[in-house]
Design a protein around this ligand. Structure first.
Ligand SMILES: [Zn+2]
Length: 253
């Protein structure tokens, strides 16, 4: 059913949370807009003004790597200032209460970790933009390391161990999905009694498959998103209200 108003949506959600012992949240960009992180895919969002750089271009061209890093550095004030919102904090409360074993996210902003989730319990389908990795050997680098070398050399640096390019630890267009994260997300979706899809339009594959997978394995499904999604008819409860307003009552519980 579609919640007729915010208050009844929150009540119904509260009942379902209380009745569940293994809740798996799945989050998209909508949960982080309250934290000042823009939804890159939204109309007028960054990706409609700046074409994303596909992975093969990043690999093939120093210019593409330089441009990619210039854009990332330009976003740093936004990412560095972002603090967990009410949605993040509510989910962290459920995690601390032992109701949420781990969280699946399409977001790259590290805000679930910042809200109190152990890194190992955040399954990042699209990676993480708050640090970098060598695409050859996987060596991790922090962003100040990359910025320092970029400024000194005037170009994006390569790995000091293997000379392959260093890239934010995100999954670019055209880059393979992380197998381990996909496997863990699948297991979580298949073994929960409540699946919460929050702030995702549920159109990007394979992410869009998880709500249906959970539902098919017997979980109840709640979709919280301002706009209708293509999976709404599958859901036991659809809440089309602001995520902070909807999840705010669950902070600290
Ligand atoms: Zn390397």
């Amino acid at each position: 059913m579609i919640a007729p108003d915010l208050r009844s949506g929150v009540e119904l959600l509260g009942d379902m949370i209380a009745a569940s012992s293994r809740i798996v949240p799945f989050t998209g960009a909508g949960i982080s807009t309250e934290s000042g992180i823009p939804d890159f895919r939204s109309p007028g969002g960054l990706w409609t003004r700046n074409r994303p750089i596909p992975f093969d271009e990043f690999l093939a061209s120093q210019d593409a790597r330089d441009e990619s890093w210039r854009r990332r550095f330009a976003m740093e004030p936004t990412f560095a200032a972002a603090k967990p919102g009410r949605g993040h904090r509510a989910l962290a409360s459920l995690y601390r209460a032992g109701k949420v074993p781990a969280i699946i996210t399409q977001n790259i902003d590290n805000l679930h970790q910042a809200s109190g989730f152990a890194s190992d319990h955040v399954i990042e389908l699209h990676g993480n933009t708050t640090y970098a990795r060598c695409i050859g050997c996987g060596q991790a680098y922090d962003l100040p390391w990359v910025k320092k070398r970029f400024d000194e050399q005037g170009a994006a640096p390569d790995c000091t161990l293997c000379d392959e390019p260093v890239k934010t630890a995100t999954i670019s267009f055209g880059q393979a999905m992380p197998e381990d994260a996909m496997q863990r997300a699948t297991e979580l979706a298949q073994h929960c009694d409540l699946f919460l899809a929050i702030g995702s339009s549920l159109v990007v594959w394979p992410a869009a498959g998880f709500p249906m997978m959970a539902k098919n394995c017997g979980a109840r499904l709640v979709i919280i998103n301002r706009e209708p999604t293509e999976q709404d008819e599958l859901a036991d409860l659809v809440i089309r209200y602001d995520i902070g307003e909807t999840l705010g009552p669950f902070v600290g519980n």
